[in-house]
Design a protein around this ligand. Sequence first.
Ligand code: DGY
Length: 326
Amino acid sequence: MFEQRAKIVLTRRWPQQIERRMAQLGELVVNTTDTPMRPEALRAALLEADVVCPTVTDFMPRELFSDLQPRAKLLANFGVGFNHIDIKAAAAAGIQVTNTPGVLTDATAELALTLMMMSARRTGMGERQVRRDQWLGWSPTHLLGTQVSGKKLGIIGMGRIGTALAHKARHGLGMQIIYNSPSSLDEDAARRLSAQALPLSSLLEQADFVSLHCPAKAETRHLIDHKAFEKMRPHAHLINTARGDIVDEVALVQALKQGQIAGAGLDVYAAEPQLTAGLMELEQVVLLPHMGSATVETRHAMGLRAMENVQALLAQRPLLDPVVKL
Ligand code: DGY
């Protein structure tokens, strides 16, 4: 199938070392502008290259694949989430999709923990005060947050990242873990984490912190909506390092304004990099720029894993991380 040098397109810049290794696999074309590619450019890449390596910033809806007879056989996604790609349409066009599970688990769980701490301890507000030269000095009542240790953490989606967060929160901070997930933890893991599976509504009613770790799909779109906020405790914080559209952000702004919840820590947004109106003005929300997996080690490992999937295709071996089996 690949008698000639394979053509591989990277839609963004990758860590340099991995780019160099990818260049050894074939003719490498890198989008050196390092800005999201437009649909026409993505379609051209699918027509001209054997492998396209997209990221979360490349929207590949059904229309992108329609009436297409692509040369591409693989979308080796640089990232674990693949909700930006219409998998069915890609499959119908004969293109397999792989992702990079496993290698970004700890980095993302760490960021969820960071957001939980930041939101609970009002660190964003504190930092803004210091930087703006608005800090008037220590006082017994200045910027009082809420303690995290020993509190109840509700995890929605107990996959790799949810479980890693549960582990860090349970064993690092003595938090009580409750969770809601399509499949339950095995007995051993549930015992180690003292984790209790609950229906979503009970989790929302009980948790001091709710952290989202489910995939973005039709069933989870706006899972956290105005009804969910009504159930949450007024002192609770919502943490989202998964995908923006799991939360109805308009309802979130309203819930924060009305004091239905105390705060939120967000790393992902429905229309990145645009923010839903009202979010920016709220002091009690921590806003980060989709950086859950942004460590040198992790981005390196993600590149490597995507590369290994490309190598498997080129060597006509089974793909390591197909998101669906064709
Ligand atoms: C992921 O891997 O899904 C991260 O969100 C970056 O795409």
